[in-house]
Write a protein that binds this ligand. Structure first.
Ligand SMILES: Nc1ncnc2c1ncn2[C@@H]1O[C@H](COP(=O)(O)OP(=O)(O)OP(=O)(O)O)[C@@H](O)[C@H]1O
Ligand SMILES: [Mg+2]
Length: 314
């Protein structure tokens, strides 16, 4: 995506040795992976016993947030139901400020633009996951949702352009009270994006990756997040098809799913304006591009829910 990840070869030797120790096999070779939102390495490791496994690592001194996420994901992977297709945790090792998580390898490709086939496979995977009750150790999803008051803050700060003058107020009203209408007891991944899934097109199936934000919530939540990502990441057939596929997916869900997409875009909008990141300086651009790409969809959703542009609801 936008993160120049470091190479596994540059991770400290004691950390790499501890990973091999924990796996009980020497590492014969590795392939660095790109994508995701961490500056730390992610790689496929080829082991002397014939296995290929996945590893990701980061130093808290480089970006403490990612260190926290890897530690948290280690705990999440241990409590996920066996009947959900997820990578299984093989080892977590810590050496000084470094942490590494090793999991089973997930077949398929990640990070590519969406196709109808990859959307269908991920929809299935989301429905399977949300068909499970969230394990008791996972928090309510409200604790894993941030800045859903984005549109409210845009209104308070002053809309930046004509579109925001017309829509930000109504977007804020639709997003309001999100903690109530996202609450539920289904297992949700909460960070559904093209780079957080492995799609095996030959098998027509998908594995959800990167479970650091897993929580208990409404069962449609990951599908709403997927709809937003179809537009944010893009569809191989172009922007209009992406918006169409996202809209169609949202139509299969309860009306609150449309509010979720509106609120999510408000989150990207306010973060692009207010949250700078010295380790990931391009993240603001990534967020701004998403906000603009999603405008046609958000316009349609707001219009469906509140009528054509006009005076604010209250
Ligand atoms: N089990 C796996 N098997 C194969 N590839 C994987 C696996 N897990 C992740 N990947 C690939 O590696 C990339 C980075 O992994 P992941 O998304 O877990 O890390 P991340 O987004 O950097 O996480 P964090 O934000 O916790 O640092 C993914 O985009 C995906 O392409
Ligand atoms: Mg990721």
């Amino acid at each position: 995506m936008f993160t120049p990840r470091s190479s596994w070869a540059d991770a400290p030797a004691p950390l790499r040795a501890a990973v091999a120790d924990a796996l009980g096999a020497a590492v014969d070779g590795h392939t660095d992976l790109h994508g995701g939102m961490s500056p730390g390495p992610a790689a496929a490791l080829r082991l002397a016993d014939g296995r290929t496994v996945f590893v990701k690592a980061v130093s808290a001194e480089v970006r403490a947030h990612n260190h926290l996420l890897i530690r948290r994901e280690s705990g999440v992977l241990d409590v996920l139901p066996q009947t959900v297709a997820v990578p299984r945790r093989l080892a977590t090792v810590e050496r000084g400020p470094w942490i590494a998580l090793v999991t089973t390898w997930a077949a398929g490709a990640a990070g590519a633009r969406w196709t109808d086939a990859s959307i269908a496979a991920v929809v299935d995977a989301c429905r399977t996951a949300s068909g499970h009750r969230a394990p008791a150790a996972l928090p309510p999803v409200a604790e894993r949702i941030y800045d859903f008051d984005g549109w409210e803050r845009v209104v308070a700060a002053g809309p930046a352009d004509e579109w925001e003058v017309a829509y930000a107020g109504r977007a804020a009203e639709l997003a309001a009270d999100w903690a109530r209408w996202t609450a539920g007891d289904a297992l949700v991944h909460r960070d559904l994006r093209a780079d957080n899934v492995a799609v095996d097109l030959a098998a027509g199936s998908a594995t959800l990756l990167d479970w650091a934000y897993a929580a208990a919530g409404v069962p449609w939540l990951d599908l709403a997040q997927l709809a937003a990502d179809i537009v944010g990441t893009g569809h191989r057939l172009g922007g209009r098809v992406a918006t169409d596929r996202a809209y169609r997916l949202i139509q299969t869900l309860p009306a609150d799913a449309a509010r979720y997409v509106v609120a999510l875009v408000g989150m990207w909008r306010i973060r692009a304006a207010t949250a700078q990141d010295s380790v990931l300086p391009t993240i603001s651009t990534w967020r701004r591009e998403r906000v603009l790409a999603l405008r046609p969809l958000v316009t349609r959703l707001i219009t469906d829910l509140t009528g054509p542009a006009g005076p604010a609801l209250r």
